[in-house]
Ligand binder design. Structure first.
Ligand SMILES: [Zn+2]
Length: 271
């Protein structure tokens, strides 16, 4: 164990390279899933732009899907929570009526967990399966404890750079506390980015299982990834279109997870 690792282990937080990975194993991806994902992309692009739903139809779709995803997501979350970490699985599902972008996110309203999806995203959805997958994906961020892990990583990143800079400036003729503080901000940003892509894939894996358990088709739902770039937004952190891995990889992850479900292979914890 390096001096830094011991330092962070002593503090009870994760370092940048260990202990903050995913809680659950991601499925292994093969050429088969990649080929299918590529084909689905081509099909979705050939379909052209979608006709947006009316606000009333979008509202009905949300109510219909939320009524099925919420009890399933809660049960799924509670089953996994019993095996380990304490998670409040009683999540409110809401429409974010102010957000102008197509997006969805998981957050805490005070201490209460909440999943919100924006009206433009609902209006842009092509099926109940898509909304079910999106809501399931956001449950994945809760179950994977991604917000807590991101905070720990930001702290670890800040401390690492702070310590390095302090050591560097201590050797210099004058010590500048501003330099240390700026480095800590930079480290926090780097730390919180480090695992965001694997968290998205973990959320996709969990979202696939939740959507499937609620009776939806997660593969059809994941067609959201195959839409054209023009439909994207990059707004928000820990949101559906936040800092994300390539969409083909996400779709392949969904396909591989569905194959696991069909083969009765359960979710496996990372050892
Ligand atoms: Zn996400």
């Amino acid at each position: 164990m390096s001096r830094f690792s011991r330092f962070f282990a002593a503090l009870g937080i994760c370092g940048l390279t260990t202990a903050c990975g995913t809680t659950y194993q991601l499925p292994e991806l093969g050429a088969g899933q990649s080929d299918t994902a590529t084909r689905m992309f081509a099909e979705a692009r050939a379909e052209g732009p979608r006709q947006p739903l009316s606000a009333a139809a979008a509202e009905r779709r949300f109510q219909r899907v939320a009524a099925r995803i919420q009890p399933t997501g809660r049960r799924y979350c509670e089953t996994l929570a019993r095996e380990g970490s304490s998670i409040d699985c009683n999540v409110a599902l809401e429409i974010d009526r102010k957000m102008k972008q197509r997006n969805a996110y998981f957050t805490y309203d005070g201490k209460a967990p909440v999943i919100r999806i924006s009206m433009p995203m609902l209006q842009d959805s092509a099926s109940d399966d898509e909304v079910a997958f999106i809501l399931g994906h956001e449950y994945g961020h809760l179950i994977g404890r991604h917000i807590q892990k991101q905070q720990q990583q930001a702290l670890a990143g800040a401390l690492i750079l702070g310590v390095i800079t302090a050591a560097a400036t201590a050797n210099a003729s004058s010590y500048n506390p501003n330099t240390v503080s700026q480095s800590m901000d930079l480290g926090a940003a780097a730390g919180s980015m480090a695992y965001s892509q694997t968290y998205e894939l973990e959320s996709d894996t969990l979202g696939t299982r939740i959507a499937d358990a609620a009776g939806y088709d997660p593969v059809k739902g994941a067609k959201f990834f195959a839409r054209s770039e023009a439909a994207r937004t990059t707004a928000g952190n820990l949101s559906f279109w936040g800092t994300h891995p390539p969409d083909a990889k996400r779709l392949a992850t969904v396909l591989a997870t569905k194959q696991q479900i069909d083969a009765n292979i359960g979710l496996q914890k990372v050892q």
